[in-house]
Unconditional design. Structure first.
Length: 254
């Protein structure tokens, strides 16, 4: 991810938060989970999970449902200055995933609830959506649109400007493990351990009244447990699979 005009590798675990250089050879910043006293003293399994970079901070979720924003600045080639500046407590369920778009931070948890915060206004909550009883496993955003994947295999499209559920489809037979938006088009890709890659066209709510997600392409990646997906460019999609040293790359036919 890019933070303070620098690409870095950020990791969360039961130990806490670590930020490395993009090549992974130098650690820039770490925040042990023990520095959050109320979390360290918990008798339950504790961890940090979920990462997103807003324009002014690196945000991370925790197992007790809190979210913390670290304001980060480079102070040299191999060092960072990071300050814990904001704390959010949307709910008591463990955080599953975070997503950011422009100034909006979206937070989801194990109950499927989703919350939105304005990073330009001290992370004041600006929207929320009720859960469906299944963990939200993936989030992506566009302007006034939030797309969420769930462990039930459902894809749900929310309009954040009017706070409504606009579209719901059963996209996969197992949990959705990855979502990604095309860098310039209203195209979404989703993957799941059910071994399928689906590519969808997302309606433009500004110019059409359509409430459908249209399938543009679908493929079975046989004998592969899909764990993540990303657009590499305007024409390529990359799929990561479990316990595999290779990536599966799709190129659009011209």
């Amino acid at each position: 991810m890019e933070i303070d005009e620098r690409w870095v590798l950020a990791l969360t675990s039961s130990a806490g938060l670590q930020v490395w250089s993009a090549t992974g050879d130098t650690i820039l910043f770490q925040y042990p989970i023990s520095q959050l006293p109320y979390l360290a003293e918990s008798n339950d399994d504790k961890f940090m999970r979920g990462l997103a970079a807003t324009p002014n901070a690196l945000c991370v979720g925790t197992s007790i449902g809190s979210v913390h924003a670290f304001v980060c600045k480079s102070v040299g080639i191999n060092s960072w200055d990071a300050t814990l500046a904001y704390n959010m407590e949307p709910d008591h369920f463990p955080i599953t995933t975070l997503s950011s778009f422009q100034n909006i931070l979206a937070v989801a948890n194990d109950s499927g609830k989703i919350f939105g915060y304005d990073s330009f206004d001290a992370y004041v909550q600006v929207f929320s959506f009720l859960g469906f009883g299944y963990p939200c496993t993936a989030l992506v955003q566009q302007e006034n649109v939030l797309i969420a994947g769930f462990s039930s295999g459902h894809l749900r499209v929310f309009r954040t400007d009017i706070q409504e559920l606009a579209i719901e489809v059963t996209a996969h037979t197992r949990a959705i493990s990855g979502l990604t938006m095309h860098p310039t088009l209203n195209i979404l890709a989703s993957v799941s351990p059910d071994q399928y890659l689906h590519v969808w066209e997302v309606p433009d709510f500004k110019s059409t009244s359509s409430r459908d997600l249209s399938i543009l392409y679908s493929d079975l990646i046989e004998n592969k447990i899909c764990t993540g997906v990303s657009f590499l460019s305007n024409e390529k999609i990359c799929v990561a699979t479990f316990d595999d040293e290779e990536l599966v790359v799709y190129e659009r036919n011209k």
